[in-house]
Design a protein around this ligand. Structure first.
Ligand code: HEC
Ligand code: HEC
Length: 250
């Protein structure tokens, strides 16, 4: 075989191989999502499954101030199911959390449905970390024109299409996900959204995400200030590290 042909063969084989690995991950995740969505969830078992998640996400499921951990409380059930299945199948990279999604710790489609049902009914943080707040009119306009058609008028998401609730999410987490979705680092992103946000300037990005972080979830979804999840009375809650000024304003 001529060297050029050999190289071409190797490159083609590698490309075909990596394509298959991803395709397998996607199919596996899609099958698990389909199964979990149609099962009847048992939130009481979900509470037990959530014990392992609470180590990082805390019993309340609220974001850490620096946005390392997202707020998952109150999220759409179908979104929680899809993200769990995608992380487990390596369709969304999350090396910190992935070991805890192994079937031995998390279980199968039924446990995914159970824990998702438990998390989605947790009340949300009434005082999440928001952006600096100086470009909100631009943010509001951009949100209305570029995001609302999918994420809903108030960032409530859409369970039917696995579209995440983003209202009241931590500002720093929103920035990281937006940038990972735009750059392709978050592989399970919605391709239409990826296209939609390509031409956002930094000013536009920070303005729209600041606005999103400030959309107040409806009162019935919010916890009372200082609420602690009574299902985990013995959990030792150490204070999060204080937020550095550089993490507050971008
Ligand atoms: C070792 C720490 C750790 C554990 C344990 C853990 N997670 Fe996570 N989880 C994370 C981190 C970090 C992220 C954010 C990853 C990123 O930025 O993409 C995350 C993200 C998520 C997301 C995606 C949220 C979003 O808005 O896209 C969901 C859903 C989730 N976790 C649910 C769970 C559940 C359910 C469990 C228990 C079965 C669990 N996690 C256990 C660290 C953890
Ligand atoms: C065409 C529909 C669509 C549009 C338009 C869109 N998104 Fe999304 N977005 C999605 C879907 C679907 C996901 C979840 C993808 C997945 O399955 O992981 C998502 C995920 C996200 C996430 C990650 C949420 C999380 O908890 O992990 C953020 C943040 C986000 N979108 C913000 C925005 C903003 C801000 C805009 C407008 C500038 C926007 N999106 C426009 C469909 C859309």
């Amino acid at each position: 075989m001529a060297p050029k042909t050999a190289i071409k063969t190797i490159v083609l084989t590698l490309l075909a191989g990596s394509g298959n690995i991803w395709a397998d991950g996607r199919e596996e995740a899609a099958r698990e999502v389909e199964a979990a969505i149609h099962l009847t969830p048992d939130p009481e078992n979900g509470r037990k499954v959530f014990m392992v998640c609470a180590v990082c996400h805390r019993p309340e499921g609220w974001a850490s101030p620096d946005g390392m951990y997202p707020q998952i409380a109150g999220q759409q059930t179908s979104v929680l199911i899809k993200q769990l299945a995608d992380i487990r199948a390596r369709n969304r990279d999350n090396p910190t959390m992935r070991p805890f999604t192994s079937p031995r710790l998390l279980g199968g489609a039924q446990e995914i449905a159970d824990v998702a049902a438990y998390i989605s009914q947790l009340p949300m943080n009434p005082s999440n970390v928001v952006g600096p707040g100086f470009d909100l009119e631009l943010g509001r306009q951009l949100y209305k024109d570029e995001c609302a058609e999918c994420h809903g008028e108030n960032g409530e998401g859409d369970s039917k299409d696995h579209i995440p609730l983003i209202q009241g999410q931590n500002y720093n987490y929103l920035i990281r996900q937006f940038e990972w979705i735009r750059s392709g680092k978050r592989r399970n992103a919605d391709q239409k959204m990826v296209k939609q946000i390509q031409r956002f300037t930094p000013r536009e990005e920070f303005a729209v995400l600041d606005y999103v972080s400030r959309i107040r979830p409806p009162q019935e979804k919010l916890a009372d200030p200082g609420w602690q999840n009574p299902d985990f009375p013995d959990f030792a809650r150490h204070p999060w590290p204080p937020l550095q000024p550089s993490q507050m304003i971008r």
